[in-house]
Design a protein around this ligand. Structure first.
Ligand SMILES: Cc1ncc(COP(=O)(O)O)c(C=O)c1O
Length: 410
């Protein structure tokens, strides 16, 4: 294809005049291609898909009924701007009920069209050229991408076994601390499954105060916490003075496609997000906000999601252990993040988790997501489709049968 007249006009941040010409294939595209190939070459073998990062269920029936009723009401038809009071009040009730955190729904809460958009917008409120966003890796990269769009830099904080998948804040060099404005953390953490402790959050608050950085705690997976009750950053004394927490209806309420979340915490930061947001979108459809409010008022929804994904994770761990994996129950999320095999006993070697993952898809139709950012790990998601517990058990038996026969070496 010849270049259009505007080829030279693309901004440097997305590749400048080379935009659209790259040949690099990204991880998730590689996985999709390998899946298609495995299905085409081995139609007789069912694809065991631990690669999907989306809930397998629809939103609860009572939430869908509210949506169905609200969609017909003329008063819901218009721009929602920065959100309706009914949703913010439901958030305030939820934060009080689950975490004993009291928030002013007017000043300290704002909805967002999914947490992804809030993570994309917050750098606009803080990042000038040369500023730094501190971000944990592996992780959800959106705030970092937008930091770079604004001429900022990302300083990576590796999450590895040696630091128990918590960032080593003391290791951040002095010149980086000086330029840092944002610290983005995410607990329960995707993909590692690690949950934060109160002590860790206290250290984060001290770090933020001492270095004058703003904390963005991404709690998208918070209702999928297994060991203990879910913990909010805002429960910890001082948290509200240094930042905000971002929540999502996607994971804990099976509402991924509904695009609903919120930002809560320091009123000045919530206000700044609302200002940027007001210049970016016109708010989520009011019927969705009302359905989301009903979802927040029903504690059984996240409880059911937690029970189901917890059960599936326990079954997966029991299965993988019989195949040589050394894995433990994650603290949260619907992901199991476990050391990638180094090869097959007496056979092929895998230099990276990506090589292991590609081998498992191509040769055995088992799909996982590889992470090579801080050590070599495979992520197994338990969001696969299975009609009932018997179907889950059958899938585990099939997974165990295929993986055991490989003689994996770690
Ligand atoms: C850690 C993390 N943060 C944020 C998001 C975005 O979620 P939402 O659907 O609320 O935009 C995801 C989605 O996968 C995630 O894993």
């Amino acid at each position: 294809m010849s270049d259009p007249y505007f080829q030279q006009l693309f901004a440097d941040r997305i590749g400048g005049s080379n935009y659209g010409k790259g040949t690099e294939i990204y991880k998730f595209e590689k996985i999709k291609r390998a899946k298609r190939k495995a299905l085409a070459e081995h139609p007789e073998r069912t694809l065991v898909d631990f690669g999907i990062g989306e809930n397998d269920e629809m939103a609860a029936a009572n939430v869908r009924s509210v949506m169905a009723a609200e969609i017909d009401k003329p008063e819901n038809r218009g721009y929602a701007d920065n959100g309706i009071a009914a949703f913010k009040e439901a958030v305030a009730r939820f934060m009080q009920r689950e975490f004993q955190v009291e928030l002013d729904p007017i000043r300290e809460i704002n909805h967002c069209i999914g947490t992804k958009t809030a993570l994309a917008m917050l750098p606009a409120a803080f990042i000038n050229p040369g500023n730094v966003t501190l971000m944990t890796v592996p992780g959800y990269p959106v705030a970092g991408t937008h930091t770079k769009y604004y001429g900022g830099e990302v300083h990576r904080l590796p999450l590895c076994v040696q630091n128990n998948f918590l960032p080593d804040l003391d290791a951040i060099p002095a010149d980086i601390r000086k330029r840092a404005k944002l610290l983005v953390i995410n607990y329960p953490n995707s993909p590692t499954g690690k949950v934060a402790t109160r002590e860790f959050y206290t250290r984060v608050i001290d770090f933020a105060m001492n270095n004058e950085v703003v904390v963005i705690q991404d709690a998208a997976h918070v209702m999928l916490s297994y060991a203990d009750r879910p913990l909010s950053f805002l429960e910890v004394p001082g948290a509200r003075d240094v930042g905000v927490e971002i929540h999502s209806l996607s994971k804990g309420w099976n509402m991924i496609g509904w695009r609903m979340g919120w930002v809560c915490g320091h009123e000045r930061i919530v206000g700044a997000l609302a200002d940027v947001k007001d210049n970016s979108d016109s708010g989520q459809f009011i019927a969705v906000q009302k359905a989301a409010a009903a979802a927040l008022d029903d504690p059984s929804i996240p409880r059911n999601a937690r029970e189901k994904y917890g059960r599936r994770l326990r079954k997966l761990i029991a299965t993988l252990r019989t195949c040589g994996f050394d894995c433990q129950m994650p603290g949260g999320t619907y992901f199991l993040y476990t050391a990638s095999p180094k090869g097959l006993k007496g056979g092929i070697r895998f230099a990276t988790a990506e090589a292991a993952s590609q081998f498992l898809i191509a040769e055995h139709s088992i799909c996982t997501v590889p992470w090579d950012d801080a050590g070599n790990f495979l992520r197994f998601s338990v969001t696969y489709e299975a009609a009932d517990e018997a179907a889950e058990d059958a899938l585990m038996a099939e997974t165990g049968r295929r993986l055991k026969s490989l003689n994996l070496e770690f």
